[in-house]
Design a protein around this ligand. Structure first.
Ligand code: ATP
Ligand code: MG
Length: 566
C-alpha cells in the first residue's frame, strides 16, 4: 500500500472521556471514529487489523470442525418469547418495530435463532454432533458503553453453537473449542489465561472465560502460582480453612461506637484489625431478611450468595426500614446477636472461625466486643461466601492465589438443554425416539480483541502490534520524496516491490512528510519494522532499520533486512 493513496488520519488531540490507553491510541491512530455512544466506524486502517483477527478466528474455527453460516442481526420478538428472554434479557436488548408495528430486537446473541435453525434443519442423531459459527455484528444497549470498542454497543463477535445427543459428545466438542481458543489467542500474540467461570446451573467445569491480562481490565481473576488453577473472582472458591476455632476467652461487652458505621472506622476507633470485626449484611431473602456474616477484611461474593437457597437470586441489601423492622437498628450497627430466630444467620467459613470478635450491637451507636459463636450467638449455616484474596491458598491445594485484572475476550459455555427445551429442538435417536439436543456455545469478541491487544502492548509513542495483527509488517519511509533524486524514489519503490513480492505486507510512506512526523506516525500506528531509504544510505548501499521496540536505528543491507523479516 502506498500511503499517499490510503486514508491515514492520525490526530493529536483525543476527547477527555477516552480513559484508557487503547481507546486513546485507537482514536489517535485514526483506527476508529465515534458516531454516537458505543457506535464506531472502523477506518480503513482499523479495519485492516479487525480483518486479521477475524481471519485467524475463522481459520481456527474451520480447523476445529465448526461450519460457518450467517444469521440475521434482526430477530423476531416471538422467538425470544419462546425462551422467555424477551423480558428476562433486560435493558441490554434493543427492541424495534417495523412499519406494521411488529416487534423485533437487534440480536445481542443468537441462541434463539440458531436453536430455531437447528430444530428445523436437524432431524436425526446421524447429523450430530454439529457445530455452527458465524462472525456477526451484535448490539447490546450496555448501561455504560465505554473504552471505545472495548465495551461498545455495536460490536463484532464470533459466536458458535454446537448440538449433541449426549453430554459426553458436548464435552468433546467443548474441549476442542477450548483448544481452538488457545490457538487463536496464542497466534494473536496475546498474554492470556483461560479461567473457570460461573456456569450457573451446570456447575463443574462447564464454562471458561479467556482473559487477556491487563491492568485496565474490568474483570478480576484469581490464579495459582503453584498450578494451572485460574478462575474468575466470581467463581474462585475460598479454600476451606484447616484451622479450628480458638476458645472464647473475652467477656461479652457492649461498647459505645457513636459514629463508627464502617469496619475501617470501627477498627481504628477500637485499635484493632478489621480481621477481628465481623461484617453482618442483611439482605432480602425468600422469607424476610437473611443475615450474611463475613470477616471484616473480606468481601461478599455476590455470585456465591446468589446461589443460597435462602435468597431469591443475586443479593439485594435490605432497606433501612426492613433493617429497622428486623433488628431494631440501622446499617452500621447490625450484628448476629439477638436476631429473631426467623432470620437465618449464614456465616462464611473464615468468619465461623472467629473468636472474641467485634460485631454490631443492634442498637444505634453500639457494638459488642468479645463476642463468640455458640456461646453468645447462633449460626444457621456455614458456607463459602467471600471473594478470595491475594495470598489465599489455591483451592486445588497447590500454591498461593494471586489476583490480576483481565479483559474477557472469549467465553466457552456448556449450555445443556436450556434452549433446546424451550424451543423443543429434538432429533430422532437410534431407537427412533425424539430426544432433546444438548448444546454448547462459544463466543469471541473480535472487535474487543483489537483494543485488548493495544491495552497489553503500547508505549508513550503508540501502539506495539503483535506481528499477527499489525496493519502492515514493514513501513518503507522515503526521506523527502519530492526533492530526492529519482534514484532514491526508485530504490524505495524497488524495495517496496521486493518486500511485497516476498509476501511481506509493506506500506510505502511516500506522503512527503518531514521525517520526524513520518516516524511518529509509524510508531503511533504500531508498525513493527521501519526501513528508511535516504540519499545517504543509497550512496553507502545500506538501509536504516529500526524495530518498533528498539531504541536505536541500525544500518542493514537489503539481504539482512529480508533475513530479519523471514
Ligand atoms: P462482559 O462481561 O464483558 O459484558 P459478556 O459475558 O456479556 O461480556 P458474552 O455474552 O460471553 O460476553 O459475549 C462473548 C464475547 O463478546 C465476550 O467474551 C466479549 O469478548 C465480547 N463482548 C461482550 N460484550 C461486548 C461489548 N459490549 N463490546 C465489545 N465486546 C463485547
Ligand atoms: Mg455483557
Amino acid at each position: 500500500m502506498r500511503l499517499s493513496q490510503f486514508h491515514l488520519a492520525t490526530v493529536k488531540e483525543v476527547p477527555a472521556d477516552a480513559e484508557i490507553a487503547s481507546h486513546r491510541l485507537m482514536l489517535r491512530a485514526g483506527m476508529i471514529r465515534r458516531l454516537a455512544s458505543g457506535l464506531y466506524t472502523w477506518s480503513p486502517l482499523g479495519l485492516r487489523v479487525l480483518r486479521k483477527v477475524e481471519r485467524i478466528v475463522r481459520e481456527e474455527m474451520d480447523r476445529a470442525g465448526a461450519i460457518e453460516l450467517l444469521m440475521p442481526s434482526i430477530q423476531p420478538k416471538e422467538l425470544w418469547e419462546e425462551t422467555g428472554r424477551w423480558e428476562k434479557f433486560g435493558g441490554q436488548l434493543l427492541k424495534i418495530k417495523d412499519r406494521k408495528q411488529q416487534e423485533f430486537c437487534y440480536g445481542p446473541t443468537h441462541e434463539e435463532v440458531i436453536t430455531d435453525f437447528a430444530r428445523n434443519e436437524l432431524k436425526s442423531y446421524k447429523q450430530l454432533p454439529i457445530n455452527f459459527y458465524q462472525i456477526q455484528t451484535k448490539f447490546r444497549d450496555e448501561i455504560r458503553p465505554r473504552f471505545g470498542v472495548m465495551r461498545a454497543r455495536e460490536f463484532l463477535m464470533k459466536d458458535a453453537y454446537s448440538f449433541h445427543l449426549s453430554q459426553e459428545s458436548l464435552a468433546e466438542t467443548y474441549a476442542a473449542m477450548y483448544q481452538a481458543y488457545v490457538r487463536v489467542f496464542t497466534r494473536l500474540g496475546l498474554t492470556f489465561r483461560a479461567v473457570q467461570a460461573d456456569s450457573g446451573a451446570i456447575g463443574g467445569h462447564g464454562s471458561h472465560e479467556f482473559q487477556v491480562l491487563a491492568d485496565s481490565g474490568e474483570d478480576t481473576i484469581a490464579f495459582s502460582d503453584g498450578s494451572d488453577y485460574a478462575a474468575n473472582l466470581e467463581k474462585a472458591e475460598a479454600r476451606a480453612p484447616t484451622a479450628s476455632r480458638p476458645a472464647a476467652t473475652a467477656p461479652l461487652q457492649k461498647v459505645d461506637t457513636p459514629t463508627q458505621k464502617t469496619i475501617a472506622s470501627l477498627a481504628s476507633f477500637l485499635g484493632i484489625s478489621p480481621r477481628q470485626c465481623l461484617k453482618t449484611l442483611l439482605v432480602r431473602g425468600v422469607n424476610g431478611v437473611v443475615a450474611l456474616c463475613l470477616r471484616g477484611d473480606h468481601e461478599l461474593n455476590e455470585v456465591k450468595a446468589g446461589k443460597l437457597a435462602e435468597l431469591p437470586g443475586a443479593p439485594v441489601l435490605a432497606s433501612e426500614e426492613e433493617i429497622l423492622a428486623a433488628c431494631g437498628t440501622r446499617p452500621g450497627f447490625i450484628g448476629p446477636l439477638g436476631l429473631p430466630d426467623s432470620i437465618p444467620v449464614i456465616v462464611d467459613r473464615d468468619a465461623a472461625l472467629m473468636a472474641d470478635f467485634v460485631c454490631g450491637g443492634n442498637t444505634y451507636g453500639t457494638h459488642y466486643t468479645g463476642a463468640n459463636w455458640d456461646r453468645d450467638t447462633r449460626i444457621s449455616r456455614i458456607t463459602d461466601l467471600r471473594n478470595v484474596v491475594e495470598g489465599d491458598a489455591s483451592p486445588d491445594g497447590h500454591g498461593t492465589l494471586h489476583i490480576a485484572r483481565g479483559i474477557e475476550v472469549g467465553h466457552v459455555f456448556q449450555l445443556g438443554q436450556k434452549y433446546a427445551e424451550a424451543l423443543h429442538a429434538t432429533v430422532i435417536d437410534e431407537s427412533g425416539k425424539a430426544q432433546l439436543m444438548t448444546m454448547g456455545c462459544y463466543g469471541i469478541g473480535i472487535s474487543r480483541i483489537v483494543a485488548a491487544a493495544i491495552e497489553q502492548r503500547h508505549d508513550a509513542a503508540g501502539i506495539i502490534w503483535p506481528e499477527a495483527m499489525t496493519p502492515w509488517r514493514v513501513a518503507v519511509c522515503v526521506i523527502n520524496p519530492k526533492n530526492a533524486s529519482a534514484a532514491v524514489n526508485d530504490a524505495a519503490e524497488a524495495l517496496y516491490q521486493a518486500l511485497s513480492q516476498r509476501g511481506i505486507e509493506t506500506v510505502l510512506d511516500d506522503r512527503g512528510l518531514r521525517p520526524g512526523n513520518m516516524f511518529a506516525d509509524m510508531e503511533l500506528i504500531g508498525i513493527p519494522h521501519r526501513v528508511v531509504v535516504s540519499e545517504r544510505g543509497l550512496a553507502a548501499g545500506t538501509l536504516e532499520y529500526r524495530g518498533r521496540e528498539e531504541s536505536e536505528s541500525r544500518t542493514v543491507s537489503q539481504d539482512e533486512l529480508f533475513a530479519l523479516l523471514a
